[in-house]
Ligand binder design. Structure first.
Ligand SMILES: [Zn+2]
Length: 330
């Protein structure tokens, strides 16, 4: 019943809408397009630039909505004004559930000119607000899922000080995962962590899966499983390898190691990287172990526990990699 209900609702909304509007805009004229109506298979469609919708001219079903309009939303009468004006408004973002394209009707009691809206008009506007809210927020499980996921994404973005480029990429992966139904039976949190980690890897930004999972307050093992699933299903390949040197500088910064020890560690790391013993080892733990070894060599007092904490790794892995480093230099 529900599936039949939606198109009928759309048709009703449209017929009432379109009856009031006169078609002066050229863009709104009927034209043949590649898009096909899912109900009557007609290719005769109407593009409504104002509403950003493609509508079937045969049966009135909305085929596509929330289409971006690339036209200008202002008019200029002189050449000077034309040059001075630019497109305004927020850029669209994948990390917003509706890409920031949906209509928002404000709660205010005054109109755009500042005049108080008359009671008759107000009741009409209240009704519009109500329908707008219903169509925006309660529409589909898909939209609700995106809303929850992207709220979490923006929280993690703040906690880990990620850039917009990372969140956009993560949101892109998440949308793909949702379309491929990878999230079914898994948690939104774990999948978002996996998407952020994949985005960080792709953009060569140093964030460990553990770190991101901790910020999202979720299990890193499940997040790791989701990450591998994501790589497999979205065919993400050839992610750039994270260089040990990046980890080294971060750990040295966190542990307040002297410049002399850091330089020594860089020198040692270039030798360690060439040695087969280091192949396939966790680059972060390896970098921490090299830094620890360099500090000992330079006579700087550091503890294994403190170094492991600064490098975001465990003391056990530090000791194991430290043993490897000793083997290389002995
Ligand atoms: Zn149709």
């Amino acid at each position: 019943m529900l599936f039949i209900g939606i198109p009928i609702f759309h048709v009703f909304m449209l017929s009432s809408n379109y009856a009031q509007r006169d078609y002066q805009n050229e863009e709104e004229a009927e034209h043949n397009s590649d898009v096909e109506c899912s109900l009557c298979n007609s290719t005769l469609t109407i593009f409504d630039a104002e509403a950003g919708e493609i509508v079937c001219s045969n049966c009135g079903v909305v085929i596509q909505d929330n289409i971006e309009s690339l036209e200008k939303e202002w008019r200029a009468y002189t050449a000077e004004a034309l040059r001075g004006k630019e497109r305004s408004g927020m850029p669209t973002s994948l990390a917003i559930h509706d890409r920031g394209l949906s209509t928002y009707i404000s709660d205010s009691h005054v109109d755009a000119a500042g005049a108080i809206i008359s009671p008759e008009q107000m009741s009409k506007i209240r009704r519009l607000q109500k329908w707008n809210k219903i169509s925006n927020f309660n529409s589909r499980a898909y939209t609700r899922n995106l809303k929850n996921a992207f709220a979490l994404l923006s929280r993690i973005k703040d906690k880990l000080s990620l850039t917009d480029a990372v969140t956009e990429k993560a949101a892109y992966y998440y949308r793909k995962a949702l379309t491929k139904k990878l999230i079914k039976g898994r948690s939104i949190e774990a999948m978002i962590v996996a998407c952020i980690y994949a985005a960080c890897r792709e953009l060569s930004i140093l964030r460990t899966l553990e770190e991101i999972a901790k910020a999202a307050n979720t299990d890193k093992v499940f997040a790791g499983k989701c990450y591998r699933l994501l790589l497999r299903h979205l065919k993400i390949q050839n992610l750039p390898l994270v260089d040990c040197g990046n980890y080294l500088s971060r750990t040295a910064n966190n542990a307040n190691v002297s410049e002399k020890s850091y330089r020594k560690a860089l020198e040692m790391l270039s030798m360690v990287k060439k040695d087969p013993i280091s192949f396939g080892k966790d680059p972060n733990a390896l970098a921490v172990a090299v830094l620890y070894a360099a500090c000992i060599r330079e006579g700087e007092k550091v503890s294994q526990g403190g170094m492991a904490l600064a490098g975001n790794t465990s003391v056990v892995s530090l000791r194991k990699r430290f043993a490897d480093v000793i083997k290389i230099f002995s």
